[in-house]
Design a protein around this ligand. Sequence first.
Ligand SMILES: Nc1ncnc2c1ncn2[C@@H]1O[C@H](COP(=O)(O)OP(=O)(O)OP(=O)(O)O)[C@@H](O)[C@H]1O
Ligand code: SF4
Ligand SMILES: [Mg+2]
Length: 309
Amino acid sequence: MTLLAVDELRVTVRRRGTELTVLDGVSFAVGAGQCLGIVGESGCGKSLTLRATMGLLPPGATRTGGDIRVGRDGLAMVFQDSHASLDPTMRVGSFLADVVRRRRGGTRAAARRQAAELLAAVGVPDPELRLRAYPHELSGGTRQRVAIALALATDPRVLLCDEPTTALDVTLQAEILRLLDTARAERGLGVVLVSHDVAVIRQVADVVAVMYAGQIIEAGPAAEVLDRPRHPYTRALISAVPALDGPVGPFRPIPGTPPDPAAYTPACRFLPRCGHDDAACRGQVPGVHALDLLHRSSCVHSIRPKEHA
Ligand SMILES: Nc1ncnc2c1ncn2[C@@H]1O[C@H](COP(=O)(O)OP(=O)(O)OP(=O)(O)O)[C@@H](O)[C@H]1O
Ligand code: SF4
Ligand SMILES: [Mg+2]
């Protein structure tokens, strides 16, 4: 059952008096208990995709097109910067109980009890103690769990998670991802997980959408997209995943940088970094086309599976 369907989403931002198209026809869908992973380099439009879907675009950004179909009150979001999304002046218990009460009604005491249950459910030790803490008194991992508990307090059908594990170490990261998996299995929650990290997406996503320069350039079942990538950008992104024991540093997977939205031309946006360049790559921005029933790519020369091992 499809819980969320987004079709041809377009978003512009205003920069120095000019409207720039930063999301250009983004489409995806999420079913019950399914996890869609959206992956791509910094600035490709992952956060704006989630924010536009949620109806919470930042100032300066405008939705100029697209259709979003979702059940009433069906969405909740865990923001990229959980520190900023938690009110620093309120104790965790106060804002969590407020959200519970607004959503579910009941007495203040019952809401507080449910807030403690929510914290326990997301693996926060000593929930009663944590309810009395201010966000800055919590560790990064606990704060992220609180942000997830806060989103789950509204009983969403679909949870939009923007880089929910990026600031965490590998162990905590695995725990948070397991938490999302449990919520999917137990409640049929649909999850959209945004990450720049292919390894994270590989761990949890059933369906993968790869974003580049404001568009989804490849999408399909995780095994198809991650193991048999057909778009040169997806291939480059996957082969650039650092080894687990490799050096830690800024994520710079592919030589060059994505184009700035102000510099988009009517050509494939990956062309300057692709290594392939012919008339078919120029002249227009390629749209996605079906490779088979479920797998889509926007590369006009989408690599055939047998061309790479
Ligand atoms: N509030 C804003 N005002 C103007 N431009 C913005 C705003 N937010 C994002 N943008 C621009 O929109 C584009 C997409 O940004 P977005 O934050 O969605 O990228 P992202 O994929 O989430 O990147 P990251 O991995 O760094 O979080 C970028 O070019 C960015 O500069
Ligand atoms: S359309 Fe051309 S430039 Fe773009 S990814 Fe495909 S081969 Fe590369
Ligand atoms: Mg982002």
